[in-house]
Design a protein around this ligand. Structure first.
Ligand code: HEM
Length: 195
């Protein structure tokens, strides 16, 4: 396997390399929760998604970020996750203290959004698996359905903009730290919801 974390790599490639371990640990933990064994277990995963997307929801409404990133407001998935939960007759998770301010410093906001937007790629894999529970873009798995333009293309549009933002060396590290914090935060939600 080729590890891309040289200075010539793009920001999104460096983020991928820097968070490979935390992403792998999260994937494993979620799949160990056997989320496709029943609709109830899948709903537990939905609750994790709801908590994560509620935490970052304010970022999608930030005009400064919207000016830098394509279709930011349309990328919000919190309302779709809420509908998926309602389909499965779940109540919404109670508020937690992990919610971010919409005016988070730019580098940190980019790190969190990288994780949220990138998770759409894995989402396409999960979407296919959700079919075995009878869930799809009309019921229960709305938020995992690929964008009509294709998940890969929608992601490339996002990473092109993310890669184009000018940042200092110190800010570069803040993006990575924020992405790492995002993965750890989701892991924390998993531990609580699957407890
Ligand atoms: C809420 C939990 C999750 C988050 C936050 C998350 C986050 C991410 C991110 C940021 C990426 C983009 C990596 C990049 O290309 O830069 C990604 C890709 C991917 N994720 Fe996850 N992920 C999650 C759950 C899962 C799970 C449970 C699986 C299980 C199979 C998974 C499988 C994948 C796969 C296969 C890709 C790569 C697809 C590709 O490169 O074409 N993810 N995920």
């Amino acid at each position: 396997m080729i590890v891309i974390d040289t200075p010539e790599a793009t920001r999104s490639q460096r983020l991928k390399a820097a968070t490979r371990d935390s992403h792998g640990a999260l994937d494993k933990r979620i799949m160990a929760g056997d989320i496709f064994a029943s609709r109830d277990l899948f709903a537990t995963f939905l609750r994790v998604q709801y908590r994560f997307h509620r935490d970052i929801d304010a970022l999608y409404g930030n005009p400064a970020l919207d000016a830098l990133l394509p279709d930011l407001d349309e990328r919000r998935r919190l309302p779709l996750i809420a509908r998926d939960l309602a389909d499965l007759e779940q109540t919404l998770p109670l508020p937690t203290s992990t919610r971010l301010d919409g005016d988070l410093p730019l580098p940190a906001a980019l790190g969190w959004l990288y994780v949220a937007e990138g998770s759409n790629l894995g989402g396409t894999v999960l979407y296919k698996m959700a079919a075995r529970l009878g869930l799809d873009s009309n019921f229960g798995a709305r938020h995992l359905a690929a964008h009509p333009d294709g998940a890969a293309r929608h992601w490339r549009e996002f990473t092109a903009a993310l890669d184009g933002v000018a940042l200092t060396e110190a800010q570069e590290q803040q993006v990575i730290d924020a992405a790492d914090a995002a993965f750890r935060s989701v892991h924390g939600h998993v531990e609580e919801e699957f407890a």
